[in-house]
Write a protein that binds this ligand. Sequence first.
Ligand SMILES: C[S@@+](CC[C@H](N)C(=O)[O-])C[C@H]1O[C@@H](n2cnc3c(N)ncnc32)[C@H](O)[C@@H]1O
Length: 191
Amino acid sequence: MDLPGNALFHPRSVAPGNAPAQATARTRPPLGQGLEFVWTDADFARVQTLIYRHAGISLQDGKNAMVYSRLSRRLRDTGHSSFHDYLGWLEAHDGPEWQEFVNALTTNLTAFFREQHHFDILAAHLRSAPSARWRVWCNAASTGEEAYSIAMTAFETLGPHAAFKLTASDIDSRVLATAAQGCIGSRASRA
Ligand SMILES: C[S@@+](CC[C@H](N)C(=O)[O-])C[C@H]1O[C@@H](n2cnc3c(N)ncnc32)[C@H](O)[C@@H]1O
């Protein structure tokens, strides 16, 4: 079960005043008491380092609460009782949890023709060499809306017989699985 974004207080939370000593001493004030898991600045810094090294994702300090919320589920699913233990276990094993860790920390916002000016620029490029053999790589494609937007732009600009090949990829295995189904939800089509 996912916790709502702001629901950092779990039913199993400790009562204010009874928080573990290390939580009161080392945890950031907004998250301080009532957390299911102890969450320290050192834990957050460790997550920042690991996700940057592994995926090139730069997590700003303002993402502290978001990271706690998203990774808490990984602790529950893997049976760890602290971030310290979970992150140590993660670092010590080169297993499938790394993909789960990445999936938990990616943000997959997308929409058709999100940031329209990119597609205007793409269309201008395509028009500059309409007979070329075009190869486009849409990386960080999320669930596919951007890739479809690129394909539509190419189709409208070059016509149906153009030599145009598009590859799309993403680091998050969940969005790729959604993209592979080829079903675009109503939320995307409204954007
Ligand atoms: C905010 S979404 C943007 C989706 C799409 N490009 C758009 O503009 O509509 C960012 C995507 O980048 C992906 N991502 C982050 N780091 C990545 C990396 N190192 N390699 C590939 N994809 C990555 C995330 O999984 C996420 O789906």
